[in-house]
Write a protein that binds this ligand. Sequence first.
Ligand code: SF4
Length: 570
Amino acid sequence: MSSPRLLPTTRAEMSSLGWSELDILLVSGDAYVDHPSFGSALLGRWLAAQGWRVGIAAQPRWETTEDVARMGRPRLFAGASAGALDSMLAHYTAFRKKRSDDAFTPGGKAGARPNRASIVYTGLLKRAFPGLPVVLGGVEASLRRAAHYDFWGDSLRRSILLDSKADLLVYGMGERAVAEIARRLAYSPDLLRLRGIPGSAFMGGPEDLPPGAACLRLPSYEGLLADPKKLMEATLSLEAQMRSGCWALQEHAGRAVVFAPPAEPLSTDELDRLYALPFSRLPHPSYREAIPAMEMIRSSVTAHRGCAGGCSFCALALHQGRRIASRSRQSLLAEAAELARRPDWDGSVTDLGGPSANMWGARCAAEPKACKRSSCLTPSICPHFQDDQAGLLSLLRSLKSVPGVKHLRVASGVRHDLALRCPDYAKALASEFTGGQLKLAPEHSSEAVLALMRKPSFKVFERYLSLFEKESKAAGKEQYVIPYLMSAFPGCTDADMRALASWLRARGWKPRQVQCFIPVPGTVATAMYFAGIDPAGRAIKVARTDAERLRQHGILTEGWQMPRPRRQSR
Ligand code: SF4
């Protein structure tokens, strides 16, 4: 089957493709943009390339089944995802105030997806198509796959697999799992045959494990309710499962959520094939208003997946994992050339990166599945971690010389500890690839807080900052570092915030990008927040009430009297 120009969203669009029914329906909380950065488009194209007839129901109304049922009952299964973000994170601020905007919706307006969208969409699909297998996926499902702390309800919740009543949950990047689900369901509708697909979780028991399989037993949901400290053990166990590739299991009132081993990351060849699919890079033509997220990524190029950093507050390690999967140089050059041929293009590649700017081509030279470390980069860079910043620099320069490319910028966050390993890369970043401002994420100045965050020492940031300023000056460019900072992280005190504020004041920097810590479901930092302990079990102070959190935040964000601002951060 040739790839459709766009995946259908209506009966009329299905008819124009000559399709009388769908094999798979994908429901998403994001608008439908045919771009590889949008999950439903990515998975839909991936499945369509394998011959399946896939339709998209983007941001369906949830008070009626009309929108999800518009294209009829799919033959094999329906997939549901809250979208690119956890729906509660998308809807509420760090102080639990309702947001009025949503970057993944036409016009940037909030209100196009429900709270707890994974649960709502699964129920909607079950009502529309009784008996049809419903598979839950996406970031929200990944982060909430085990029992977790929910900041917005201030409570421990069960695995979202139980609360949604989905038939299967796909965690992590879903390409391999969804293709396997489609293949197995096409062979037989028996749901039991779906058990054990790598990168998925299902309701079952120890009897579902292959004989002799290594399995981590997480503390049960009831165990977490009885002892909050056990959330740390559960979270670290799930992290260990992602690393080692074993099975895991967690009981909820005598029933078990079984986590099959994580799916292997896509190979370079597979990633190249995925990104070579005929994405139009455009929103569905029915939209009348711009989609802010689309505007941001329209001219950016994804070079890799995964992040070796393992920052304790970041959900990426739980979703994409620590192993880096990189596209080939040829594939990236081909995408830049294709961008350059677009009539609506202004000649600027606005970013080349991934979860971080400079991990393209990085790999573990040992056996990552035997690794016991929670980060490849902290407390010091692992001797087995092999990055390729020289190769990345050569790639950046090659992309810049693609005919039609006038500018190439690096907008993803740069790992400054890695950048320091390659002086040529660090120098070129300042002189050739920074458009006036460079994003860095020191997050804090307190060494104790940074250790809890699993971030590099602040001295490393200061070293990089000096280098960046020196190289910018040498290149005759006036440009600034934009430091990403965080308040109210577990273990952080008012005194730590004041120390950070004085460091900024001493430089004449007024902070503009300060995030108050949000306990996102499933992370180690969230376990610290909830349990009041560090990963080693030692008690830590936690700014837990809104008053405490606001006070820490205010130390950085309020009362800045800058008599003679010297340098602006962001
Ligand atoms: S051995 Fe080192 S490089 Fe490999 S996964 Fe572990 S920490 Fe990362």
